[in-house]
Design a protein around this ligand. Structure first.
Ligand SMILES: *Cc1c(COP(=O)(O)O)cnc(C)c1O
Length: 297
């Protein structure tokens, strides 16, 4: 029997402080972190249509990939529990022993975990690899790392319906770029993606590739800021942590340093550059959830 699944109302929270007032910026946060206690943030939107497709195709097992602190695997494990799918998580590198808090949650929610060497993990998009997966695990519904397939991208278009089109700019933190690609196919407002991984220009290419691959066209201007990855994925500095602690204390918004926190830190740096944004500019940032990962920081 599946558990009851209810989504919460998602508030747009206005953020007021002296710095923003002095800078002439109006800032708000779309609290996707509050959408559900277990299937968090943008991951719900990437999973939603995948769950429907898996059901339509008659598959009873979802299989996907992620690192040992993957928000995606964490959410997928719970989604399986709510919507009556078995779940298999292929974890990059070794399974920590004992399991870390993220993987322990996933396991408790019924996910079967398998470790995969980093070398094999790199091959996971190749056809031979997919054949092997099918042989080993049978008739599974396969979701790529981060949920970045067509259904995942399309599902993220819905995020743009959760706020009024009255902002000048919407900011979103980006890993695979699936969320940005989906939003760019539906937004009426310009979007700015903050790249949280190293690699100049990779995210812009990745978003263009996703949109091309799934024949989506942009309904708005969109761009990528790749200046604030802070040294690379999940790299955390003291400055960043101080910023998050202070932001949380002042505004009561819990953050994590890998995605949304890193984006806000970057955005505040942009705001600090005088004349980067026009006076009275109104910015909405998407809080992508993923707070479970804080247990690993
Ligand atoms: C996965 C994730 C992102 C990145 O989403 P992409 O679609 O991969 O770009 C952003 N924020 C949080 C909290 C996430 O868990």
């Amino acid at each position: 029997m599946s558990k009851d699944f209810t989504l919460a109302e998602i508030p747009v929270q206005h953020i007021h402080d002296k710095f923003l007032a002095k800078s002439g910026i109006r800032l708000s946060i779309l609290r996707l972190d509050l959408i559900h206690p277990e299937i968090s943030g943008n991951k719900w939107f990437k999973l939603k249509q995948n769950l429907e497709l898996a059901r339509d195709e008659g598959r009873d097992t979802l299989l996907s990939f992620g690192g040992p602190w993957s928000n995606h695997l964490h959410s997928m494990a719970y989604a399986g529990q709510y919507f009556d799918f078995s779940t298999i998580g292929i974890v990059r590198g070794e399974l920590p022993s004992p399991l870390n808090a993220c993987l322990q949650d996933a396991s408790n929610a019924g996910m079967e975990l398998h470790a995969m060497t980093r070398a094999d993990y790199k091959e996971k998009e190749k056809p031979e690899f997919l054949e092997r997966i099918n042989k080993q695990f049978g008739n599974v519904y396969l979701i790529p790392e981060g949920g970045a397939n067509r259904a995942g991208v399309q599902g993220c278009a819905e995020i743009t319906s959760l706020y009024p089109p009255t902002f000048d700019l919407v900011c979103v933190a980006c890993g695979t770029g699936a969320t940005l690609a989906g939003m760019a196919s539906a937004s009426k407002i310009p979007l700015l993606g903050f790249q949280v991984l190293k690699g100049k220009g990779y995210l812009k290419n990745q978003v263009n590739t996703l949109m091309h691959q799934y024949q989506l066209s942009a309904t708005c201007q969109w761009d990528v800021c790749d200046a604030y990855h802070g040294g690379g994925y999940a790299k955390v500095t003291d400055d960043l942590m101080r910023f998050l602690t202070e932001f949380e204390r002042q505004h009561g918004v819990p953050l994590e340093p890998v995605y949304s926190g890193k984006m806000l830190f970057g955005l505040f740096n942009l705001i600090r550059k005088r004349d980067f944004f026009p006076q009275n500019y109104s910015i909405l940032v998407i809080h992508g959830g993923g707070l479970q990962g804080n247990r690993g920081i």
